[in-house]
Design a protein around this ligand. Structure first.
Ligand code: SF4
Ligand code: SF4
Length: 342
């Protein structure tokens, strides 16, 4: 026997920021919402690696029939490091804050330690995930870790949305927590701030316009999106940057240094690198995970250069404008036009 309070006490002792517990019942409502959004064509044609197996994603019992409880956890990653390391002559592209390091792996390691503690006391079986093939956001919400913000990201009362999520799925019964009875109220700051108007209604994102999604979608970006892209190399956090809950979160030292890539990367380096060099240089981080399309990253770098408008970068843009790849040539021509017309 083990009680929820003992699990939480051990988890907090090893540095997990918040823990909530829910049952292993399927997440039928979340699945229905996902299906409805799919019919409205709010997705790009990119295959989402976790949604290849939708049934399992929303029902952990498909692959683990004995599952009874889910221990949900979050880890805050807000630090006060400089966000743009550009220097004169060396423009950088921004990396979204949540993947400056591999915070998922950091949390997963802690969850494994917690799972072993539970196993020692109870003999329980478990599966441990962070950024894994389970419905992390619905799990976090039902376990009381946080509530949905109108940008569709989970917001924790203490750590805002500056959190990564993780889970232990286990075959023992543990007293569940309640979902929070909180919402964003009248605030719509994230909706107003989104540069591409991708938050089409509260809690509904048009992923075909969301920079977070498009940074790993390969194709020619529509001009209106490229124009407001800024210098984002991977991901986007504008809707989180403006959130009043997030502005009250205390900064801290990094909780892990696994897979560290920093807050921005030299765009010229990215464009001069081979794919294998890229994958070797930034191991153990989401930006080089197997599902990341390196060509999309280079396309992002071209868009960034078009928006930065530094004439010194014209030679490399000229090189890409003569590529055999139509996405590169069109994007490089767009960037050259932006610089020449500046
Ligand atoms: S991630 Fe960026 S593009 Fe996507 S909804 Fe948020 S602000 Fe808009
Ligand atoms: S910006 Fe406002 S509406 Fe958006 S998530 Fe934060 S509190 Fe909610």
């Amino acid at each position: 026997m083990i009680e929820a309070k003992d699990i939480k006490a051990f988890g907090y002792r090893i540095g997990i920021d918040e823990i909530g517990i829910t049952t292993a019942e399927p997440f039928d409502q979340a699945l229905a919402k996902y299906k409805k959004q799919r019919t409205k064509e709010l997705f790009t044609d990119r295959q989402h690696r976790h949604l290849e197996d939708t049934k399992h994603f929303y029902n952990v019992r498909i692959k683990f029939p004995e599952a009874r409880s889910i221990i949900a956890a979050c880890q805050c990653y807000l630090t006060n490091e400089k966000t743009n390391l550009s220097e004169p002559g060396d423009p950088h592209g921004l990396i979204a804050r949540y993947t400056w390091r591999n915070y998922y792996k950091g949390l997963k390691n802690r969850l494994r330690e917690l799972a072993h503690f539970i196993k020692e006391k109870t003999g329980a079986s478990f599966r441990v995930y962070s950024n894994g093939p389970v419905a992390e956001k619905p799990i976090a919400v039902r376990s009381g870790i946080g509530y949905y913000g109108k940008h569709s990201v989970v917001v924790n009362q203490t750590f805002g949305s500056w959190i990564v999520l993780g889970e232990i799925i286990t075959d023992i019964e543990i007293e569940p927590d309640k979902a929070l009875d909180i919402n964003c109220g009248q605030c719509e700051k994230c909706i107003d701030a989104c540069p591409t108007r991708a938050i089409v209604a509260p809690y509904i994102i048009d992923r075909r316009r969301c920079i977070q999604e498009l940074t790993n979608w390969y194709g020619v970006l529509p001009d209106d999106i490229a124009e407001v892209w800024g210098n984002r190399l991977y991901g986007c956090t504008v809707c989180q940057d403006v959130c009043p809950v997030n502005s009250k979160v205390a900064v801290r030292l990094p909780s892990t240094d696994l897979g560290s890539v920093g807050s921005s990367i030299s765009l010229l380096d990215i464009l001069n690198m081979s794919e294998s060099k890229y994958r070797q240089k930034y191991p153990d981080n989401q930006i080089t995970a197997r599902w990341i399309n390196f060509k999309a990253i280079q396309r992002n770098a071209l868009v960034c250069l078009g928006n930065i408008k530094d004439k010194q970068t014209l030679p490399i843009l000229e090189r890409f404008s003569k590529s055999n790849d139509g996405v590169f040539t069109k994007t490089a021509h767009w960037a050259i036009g932006k610089i020449r017309n500046a």
